[in-house]
Design a protein around this ligand. Structure first.
Ligand code: ADP
Length: 440
């Protein structure tokens, strides 16, 4: 009801005062009548206030307000309406919360909410099954106390959550779990954990299949190329019509051999997370021999290959793996740089880490290809790549070797001008040796 209570109140007060004055006129006691009238008015206000207070404090459920008239009736009704609206909103919100909880309870993926310090706030039933969290005992515990694997601890504390973490379940060795963390709100974390055992098994089957096929193909191929070599050694006795065919067979045979070697190397790199052997590697010495091989590869094409490397700057890692990665980069620079072009190889250290860059003045790569270059068999121009004898696996090998050495590959290129491939390694891989300055 939207009555003008201000005017009503004034009217009531005027009427009360008028009645008191009239009574005073009749009795001759103006002051007393006025005091009794206003006192009665005040008592009524206090009585209604007490009823309101009693109703509010003893209210259970949807109990209607006490009967009242006038302004007090309006006050009671307004409060009652507000309360009903409030409880309707609350019921609606509770419904939403219930539905969210029901749907997250039905999820097979674990959903865990962590506060800004990484302590457990809320989790769904799947988190109990996948990670063994106990309700309510584990509430408020740091997540790194409950998932104790060092890889999880490193991942959680590093706060680089762009890529998910995959590792064995803390409860069952045969289960593989994938952890995905997203930050939200006031640096709180939402963690989703899923069982990826089946995907992992399929992936493993794929890797094993490629490794086995490559291995099985190796022996027959060695026999075939061996005979081809013998035949070509005796080319003088052969019908000249066959010579060209045999030469092409030998060329394709050696391409297949390098393809199988690369596939086997990739399979080996994927089989374990970290290099099996890790000791100080003299990178300068290794680069010198890679540059010598690259000069031999360049041959008549006369590339100018320059090496600038800090002589005593050593890095912890696997020598064969690093050699394979760096030689892929240097050989690519030679392959994709026209005759008489320049290739510059640098190895240095600065505050950000250890770096190896291979810069060429070659054909360059268009920006749209760069993000996909490290995919297996991805080629910018397949006709050119097959003419250079590439397998399409070189940069995939580089990516895997770097991953295993906590490194990152940066590619910059200007089509027609040249490309720079830079490998960045963390300072933690620096092998005990004297610090060197940037050679540039
Ligand atoms: P490939 O065996 O074909 O060289 P890679 O994986 O080593 O395979 O390289 C993938 C593709 O990246 C190549 O086919 C080539 O198109 C491009 N590429 C690699 N290095 C260079 C470079 N230095 N300059 C220009 N293009 C390059």
């Amino acid at each position: 009801m939207n009555r003008n209570w201000h005017a009503v109140l004034v009217r009531h007060l005027l009427l009360l005062i008028g009645a008191c004055l009239l009574l005073g006129l009749l009795t001759g006691h103006y002051g007393l009548c006025l005091a009794i009238g206003l006192g009665a008015y005040l008592v009524n206000i206090l009585r209604q206030l007490l009823r309101l207070q009693r109703w509010l404090s003893h209210q259970q459920g949807d109990e209607p307000p006490p009967e009242a008239h006038g302004l007090w009736g309006d006050v009671f009704d307004s409060i009652y309406n507000l309360q009903r609206r409030d409880s309707r909103v609350r019921a609606r919100l509770q419904g939403v919360i219930d539905r969210v909880q029901e749907s997250t309870a039905a999820l097979r993926d674990a959903v865990i909410m962590l506060d800004s310090d990484g302590n457990l706030e809320w989790w769904n039933p799947a988190a109990q099954t996948l990670l063994g969290l106990k309700t309510p005992q584990d509430a408020g515990q740091p997540v790194t106390n409950l998932v104790r694997h060092p890889r999880f601890k490193d991942y959680f504390e590093a706060e680089h959550y762009a890529e998910p973490l995959e590792m064995r379940s803390p409860l069952n060795d045969r289960v593989r779990l994938q952890f995905m963390i997203t930050r939200y709100g006031n640096n709180e974390h939402l963690m989703v954990v899923r069982d990826v055992t089946r995907i992992h098994q399929l992936e493993q089957m794929r890797k094993d299949f490629i490794a086995n096929v490559s291995h099985e193909l190796r022996t027959p191929l060695t026999v075939i190329t061996g005979y081809l070599e013998t035949l070509l050694d005796n080319a003088g006795h052969l019908n000249p019509r066959w010579l060209r065919a045999l030469q092409q067979m030998q060329q394709q045979g050696s391409r297949m051999q390098s393809l199988l070697n690369d596939l086997l190397l990739l399979a080996k790199l994927e089989a374990t997370d970290y290099p099996s052997e890790s000791h100080p590697v003299n990178i300068q010495g290794m680069l010198q021999s890679v540059v010598n091989d690259a000069t031999a590869l360049s041959g008549e094409r006369h590339h100018q290959i320059v090496l600038q490397a800090s002589p005593r700057l050593c890095m912890k890692g696997s020598e064969p793996e690093l050699r394979s990665a760096f030689s892929n980069l240097v050989f690519n620079a030679v392959k994709y740089t026209p005759d008489n072009g320049q290739v510059r190889v640098r190895w240095w250290q600065d505050d950000n880490g250890l770096h190896l860059s291979v810069q060429d003045s070659g054909i360059g790569i268009e920006g749209k290809h760069i993000p996909r270059l490290t995919e297996r068999f991805y080629r910018v121009d397949s006709s050119r790549s097959s003419s250079t004898g590439g397998t399409g696996l070189g940069l995939a090998i580089v990516k895997h070797v770097l991953l295993r050495h906590k490194g990152q590959l940066e590619i910059t290129s200007v089509p027609g001008k040249g490309s720079t491939f830079t490998c960045h390694f963390p300072l933690s891989l620096l092998a005990p040796a004297e610090m060197e300055e940037d050679p540039a």
